[in-house]
Design a protein around this ligand. Sequence first.
Ligand code: SF4
Length: 378
Amino acid sequence: MDLLNTLVDKGLRCEPPTREEALALLATTDDELLDVVAAAGKVRRRWFGRRVKLNYLVNLKSGLCPEDCSYCSQRLGSKADVLTYTWLKPDEAADAAHAGVAGGAKRVCLVASGRGPTDRDVERVAATIAAIKDKNEDVEICACLGFLSERQAERLREAGAHAYNHNLNTSEQTYADICTTHGFDDRVDTVRKAKHAGLSACSGLIAGMGESDADLVDVIFALRELDVDSVPVNFLIPFEGTPLSGQWHLTPQHCLRILALARFVCPDVEVRLSGGREIHLRSLQPLALHIVNSIFLGDYLTSEGQAGKTDLEMIADAGFEVEEAGATTLPEHRTDATAIPGAPHTRGSTGSTAEPTSRADLVAVRRRGAGTDLPPNA
Ligand code: SF4
């Protein structure tokens, strides 16, 4: 298929597809699906071999956010029955992080609900980073705390954070459809501030919110334009009690095409299969490992993922290997702000052909790990 040969050639040269090629990729048929996966797999193996980076989420502060992001179970007015708690103490967060690292995670993502941190909150997170590093010196730490000031970004970097996550989520054009309390430009601004402070920028998207294929192409090109180091690709978890409950637009096949799009547009960047993989890809999850080079281990912020042990078995069964602490994720030609000093370098519509079918039974609210008395899933 000429299109796939062109995409592979460009991906091996780190060149992006044209917008028309990107749209054509999303329009490929299910008959062509394995060819799409194989083509994206060539680019994945060129830049990341067979390594899979594991990331572990620690929800430092859950629920009761004043923002109204319609996809989020923690939003203003959410009726979703999720855990709500205020800041974990540094040692509680360090214990949760340690469970993830012991399970094989190389990066710990410290997330707090809210529009953005106060300076006091940033100091709490700085203390949390110190507590985590005390137990796990080599772990990469990514913070995700909402909008940042320049000084706060610098402070997080000084405190030992490697990365900062702030997702663009959807295209600039449709951003107002998913949130009214802030805009697309606000999100871009924080990604830029994080990069400027020397933090590795992590920013991604959520598919399945009713957007068009053109929106998906727009947001992925916007992420390439921002030159982020990692791109989490989430598939909407349509929580009961949020405006997007009941939105089941995605098919497993279209999820794979969306991941392939991210790989071809951002060939040498960490593409992370993120929230919603279990409920949308279902039994096709292992195929996604041929496209992405990174996943979350265990549970998400407010929902449960499959058992961490099952993630590890899936990686081994599919013929991939967990990326070790000390290995550098990104290819050498990319500036890698996440590198631990001294570490060696190793080297249309979304699924709209399917009738939306509610799979609400697949969404399990998180009831274990951070903020509970039960052990975490790692
Ligand atoms: S700002 Fe973050 S926590 Fe708050 S509603 Fe939006 S996504 Fe959810």
